[in-house]
Design a binder for this molecule. Structure first.
Ligand code: TYM
Length: 340
């Protein structure tokens, strides 16, 4: 459902999404989100940001953060985002994100933020640095989305709760003043919305997992990918069949299905009948290597041309600011701030 806004209707519906430059991107990011961004490009007005301000909620090495921010922008393009069609930009280059987040903080309950599972997980992982930014992280995310009047936000399953909070904040603001924000819908793929760790299949694959064997990074070499898949944990049993008691093989089969372009589970089970894990893992490794290699090769080329990448993110920020500043101006007026 989309709430009517007082905005003149944009020509195309709007998409916004983003990723944190906390580490290099990995297979879960590509499968859960990036590959879907690409499919929306033709028919939507798309904004894709690298959320460097969000990354600051966990301590970062400044030089590495700077480098990784451009890495992520380059990876968006390598994954198929066309910078001529979609705005690719860095969150901190559009100051409206932080400004709107402040206003939205005043429309968000302490209880709402403390219920966020990502907050609970991260405050356990980084118990020495449970900062207020980590607590209000989802409010900054709501700001990213609402500034652009996004209709759809393509993300992985783990962001669903943040999207629900974004919708609640938007509805609350619209109700208190008058329709201002489009209430966004999440887009979570039926398959691939939650790719699990290769080492602990009950945990999602994560770019910040300290065990690098658990995660396939998009810059991993063919050999690294093969080695990680070979070492992936499996369940008890030997057959290539999905069942709720066998999350490890289920995860590998889901990956296989996606990277082979949608082969059904029934087909996979049939093809691997009478065959064991070793054979299946070799086939999976080949398929993942073929899926990731072109992305990695494009990434290396794009990342090497820093002036061009800089031009792309500057253009993206200019386009983003034109939209963001309009929304922010409207919000400031509604809440009663004196015009500057
Ligand atoms: P981040 O950087 O953790 O992840 C980026 C995207 O990848 C998805 N994803 C996964 N999908 C499938 N399986 C996995 N194992 C997996 N791990 C991650 C995430 O769901 C996400 O779509 N809070 C966001 C960043 C953000 C954002 C936004 C997203 C900030 N502002 C506005 C959308 C709109 C995050 O931490 O993503």
């Amino acid at each position: 459902m989309t709430t009517e806004t007082q905005n003149p209707k944009p020509q195309k519906p709007v998409i916004l999404s983003g990723m944190q430059p906390t580490s290099g991107l990995m297979l879960g990011n590509l499968i859960g989100a990036l590959r879907n961004w690409v499919t929306f490009q033709q028919n939507y007005d798309c904004y894709f940001c690298v959320v460097d301000l969000h990354a600051l909620t966990v301590r970062q090495v400044p030089a590495e953060l700077r480098k990784r921010t451009l890495d992520v922008a380059a990876m968006y393009i390598a994954g198929g985002v066309d910078p001529e069609q979609s705005a690719i930009f860095i969150q901190s280059h559009v100051p409206e994100h932080a400004e709107l987040a402040w206003i939205l903080n005043t429309f968000t309950g302490m209880g709402e933020c403390s219920r966020m599972t990502q907050f609970k997980d991260k405050s356990t992982q980084h118990s020495d640095n449970v900062n207020v930014g980590l607590f209000t992280y989802p409010v900054l995310m709501a700001s990213d989305i609402l500034l652009y009047q996004a209709n759809v936000v393509p993300v992985g399953e783990d962001q669903k709760q943040h999207l629900e909070l974004t919708r609640n904040i938007a509805e609350r603001f619209n109700y208190h003043y008058s329709p201002t924000f489009t209430v966004p819908e999440p887009f979570i793929p039926e398959q691939g919305g939650r790719i699990m760790s290769l080492q602990e299949p009950q945990k999602k694959m994560s770019k910040s997992d300290p065990n690098t064997n658990a995660t396939i990074f998009l810059v991993d070499s063919d050999d690294q990918i093969r080695a990680k898949i070979k070492r992936a944990v499996t369940d008890s049993g030997t057959t290539i069949q999905r069942s709720p008691e066998r999350p490890a093989i289920g995860n590998l089969m889901e990956m296989f299905s996606i990277v082979t372009g949608g082969q059904s589970f029934a087909d996979i089970e049939r093809d691997f009948e009478g065959k064991g894990y070793a054979e299946f893992k070799i086939a999976l490794a080949d398929a993942v290597v073929d899926y990731v290699r072109p992305v990695r090769e494009r990434f290396l080329k794009i990342r090497a041309d820093v002036p061009e990448l800089t031009r792309i993110v500057q253009n993206g920020a200019e386009k983003a600011r034109r939209t963001a500043s309009k929304t922010l101006r409207k919000v400031y007026k509604k809440v009663g701030l004196v015009e500057r």
